[in-house]
Write a protein that binds this ligand. Sequence first.
Ligand SMILES: [Zn+2]
Length: 451
Amino acid sequence: MLVMPYLILAQKKSDETIMASIYDEALSNSPLYENLRVLCKDIGHRLSGSSGAAAAIEYTRQLMIEYNFDTVYLQSVMVPNWKRGPVEILKITNSKKQGVIDFNALALGNSVGTGPQGILAEIIELKGLSEINEHRDEIAGKIVFFNGPMDPTLIETFSAYGAAVSQRSSGAAHTGPYGAKAIIVRSITQSLDDVPHAGSLRYKAGVKALPAMAISTKDANLLSQLLKDQADLLIYMENYAVILPETQSYNVIGQLNGNLLPNEYIVIGGHLDSWDVGEGAHDDGSGCLQGIEVLRIFKSLNIKPKRTLRAVMWMNEENGGKGGKAYADMSKSRNEYHIAAIESDRGGFVPRGFTSTGSAKQKQQLLKWKTLFEPYGLHDFAQEGGGADISPLSNQGTLLIGLLPDGQRYFRYHHTEEDVFEAVDRRELELGAASIASLVYLLDQYGIANQ
Ligand SMILES: [Zn+2]
């Protein structure tokens, strides 16, 4: 029988058809949710340097070997090794209205502890770093209470977070020079609840390292209210957080080799470390396992990539960013050309689009594919952004992309004991993986301009 050439040509599947098969695979045959369950429930939280981090490295390595990726390996990274102490006390000792009030508080990551002698001091409340200068003569000998709320009126919650988080990350460094004794931070969340949120701080060289702890938004409101009635309120802080010497850890890398342009790379992933409360389900077990799932989908559908696809689980995003830096350094020293890097680190929520950081030309190219994603509910391609772990790749001409899920609930769970497996919805997580896989497919098929 004669086969006409145009019939053979017609067999090349359209982008729409391939994307449909990617979504079908992710929504009907995916082990993604079960993989997240294992990471969260069998391993649990995994701060850099912890036994959980070591177990998660081995689990994701084995998972990618089991899926028969072409290459699976570890990249050595030295990471900070901060440990929370066994006892964390933060209490008002002399409230005229309520006597002693115990707060449920968490030491901030990278913070020093108070030791057994503790710190007892009066409090000065500030709404943000911008108020320090005005009150600088009242800070000496006091505990500075940063109580600036996340702005609830901003629809983009990540913008509200960005505006408030400097209190946590830099409050100690900025008030140390004025003689502050310690720092208390209102949790960076728009939720009003009893849950304190962890997170890291950075000290400044030459400035005394102050112990710092976070309290819940409800406790922050209570403390603020009591201070209005009683200015000589005393707070006692005691904790045993320690900063141990840097320790050995790893980024976990799996790849499918490109069959046409193997020296061009598309990297996908998230960070494997998580805070030492909760299970790091949204932040960022979801992103890590979505990265692995993208490559699994390619294999399962027998889509042979032209370029090399890499799933990377970066280590130490939360309190140092060492994994992301080490990965970019490695890629530079090997002269690898990363055309695009996609990070999923905004939770396993229903995908709404992609953020991007790159040249106008690169962004235009990305925007051309928007209509392909609209049937799947992704419509927001306009926002700037990439991800903390991929940002060190930016000076290599790489287009940086972030999965943009619905962000309304992320900061309810972020860095808390409530960021557990049960907080992630199976279908939403799978839709995110399918969306990333579809974009990887398009990037691989058509490439993208270098700057
Ligand atoms: Zn994260």
